[in-house]
Design a binder for this molecule. Structure first.
Ligand code: UDP
Length: 429
């Protein structure tokens, strides 16, 4: 069975966004004159990129790629290994998208055994060949997820293109199986030209796994679009809550992210049971087959007697509006978070953020300065932190004021795109 390859029907008909950075040298030039000549000569130095991502769903890695691919639509293309709403979002930005799915390969989990991996070898080889074939038409192969890394890097002898991997994960046994880590370690050593990481925490895990010095790997933080948050008027919280169907008068904590055990929504429910009168909104869906966990959360809310104060909102596209409707934003991951876009988004929404202190989170949140840190998995500590901010609105406001400034200055989309563009250019040399 060949992998299914579908060219996006909208790809060529979508209007291009105003191009910047990677595209800009080849983008709008006057028809004549020296500026045209200069632009054309620069165009030759701008690499064309084949981006590969394993998911059709919208997780943090995909939102990061959405911004990057949306800014270099002219000479680049995105190959997805599963179809889903991510494709539609890319196409809406004018990106060319191909979907190349193979059910056997997308079914491999993070903890897969050697025997399971061996059984899907034919599917893997088909995808390796298909990616390599397409990659030959581009200057650089940009791999955005771990399956993309495996399939893209294995084909290096076939495509011989520079390979760049954006590592969005903490590469430890808490998150991944032994087999997967062994494969990643050898591919990074043998077939990847440039790794960039989304946090120092991710870099340290790469270093421990591969022996590559952590300070030689560029840390490129995700950028969060402050303008999307500025567009939402959060001054009339009542009106915002009415629009979203939330209780207008309640004091509300919001937890954003896919429903998955390690994202710790169960910890927030336990904390809620200690906080009479507080409401909790869970925004997000089980994106990667975690439906049983979602059902357990509903049962847990009933068992704790808090179901009338918990609102399961499902996946929402308008995160800025939902965040601005909250009194506090929670982050409750029980394992170290590689980065945590939702934390910076909460900060950009000018809301106080309480976050679990592990992994990349401590590179974003400074306790009692621009947010509040608690021990991961500790529902009593989380309840206490929520109680503290609820009881002291002036403190909550001070944290939120600093948070907005930090989100803008340290996690801007412009910096993210500039640094990523630079890394791609360096990989292409
Ligand atoms: N998100 C969203 N709608 C939802 C829940 C989450 O758009 O209903 C977005 C959220 O705004 C964030 C991303 O999904 O940009 C999650 O990224 P994060 O780094 O927090 O977690 P990851 O998915 O990488 O584990």
């Amino acid at each position: 069975m060949r992998p299914t390859i579908e060219a996006s029907p909208l790809a060529h008909s979508m209007p291009r966004l105003q191009s910047t950075l990677l595209d800009s040298p080849g983008a709008p030039v006057s028809p004549t004159g020296p500026s045209q000549a200069a632009a054309m000569s620069r165009a030759h130095t701008v690499p064309s990129v084949l981006f590969v991502d394993q998911s059709g769903q919208l997780g943090g890695a995909e939102f990061a790629l959405l911004q990057l691919a949306g800014h270099c639509t002219e000479r680049s293309e995105v190959m997805l290994l599963s179809d889903g709403p991510f494709r539609t979002r890319l196409e809406a930005l004018g990106a060319r998208v191909q979907v190349m799915s193979d059910a056997s390969v997308s079914g491999i989990e993070r903890q897969a055994s050697w025997s399971k991996c061996l059984r899907v070898i034919p599917g893997i080889l088909r995808q390796v060949r298909a990616i390599a074939e397409r990659a030959r038409a581009f200057d650089v192969l940009f791999l955005n997820t771990q399956k993309a890394l495996v399939l893209g890097a294995l084909g290096k002898p076939l495509h011989r293109k520079p390979v760049i991997w954006y590592q969005h994960d903490i590469l430890t046994r808490e998150h991944f199986g032994r087999v997967q880590l062994a494969i990643v370690k050898w591919l990074v050593r043998l077939a990847v030209d440039q790794v960039v990481v989304n946090s120092q925490a991710s870099a340290r895990s790469l270093s421990a796994l591969t022996g590559i010095a952590a300070d030689t790997v560029p840390v490129i933080y995700n950028g969060i679009d402050a303008a999307a948050f500025n567009r939402i008027d959060g001054s009339d919280t009542g009106a915002l809550r009415r629009r979203l169907g939330l209780p207008e008068q309640a004091w509300i904590a919001g937890l954003f992210g896919r429903l998955a055990p390690w994202k710790g929504q169960h910890v927030a429910l336990e904390a809620l049971a200690r906080l009479p009168g507080v409401h909790l909104v869970l925004v997000g869906a089980p994106l990667f087959g975690e439906d049983a966990y979602a059902e357990r959360l509903h049962a847990q809310a009933q068992a704790l007697g808090v179901a009338d104060r918990v609102h399961f909102a499902g996946f929402q596209d308008d995160v800025p509006a939902w965040m601005k409707a909250m009194d506090v934003i929670l982050h409750t991951s029980t394992e170290p978070e590689p980065f945590g876009r939702v934390i910076v988004e909460g900060m950009a929404a000018a809301r106080p953020v309480i976050a679990a202190a592990a992994g990349g989170v401590t590179e974003i949140v400074r306790h009692a300065r621009n947010g509040w840190l608690v021990k991961p998995g500790d529902s009593a500590a989380l309840a206490e932190a929520i109680g503290t901010l609820r009881a002291d609105p002036a403190l909550a406001q001070r944290l939120a004021d600093q948070a907005v400034m930090d989100a803008r200055s340290e996690f801007s989309v412009e910096t993210y795109l500039q640094r990523m563009t630079q890394a791609i250019k360096e990989a292409a040399r």
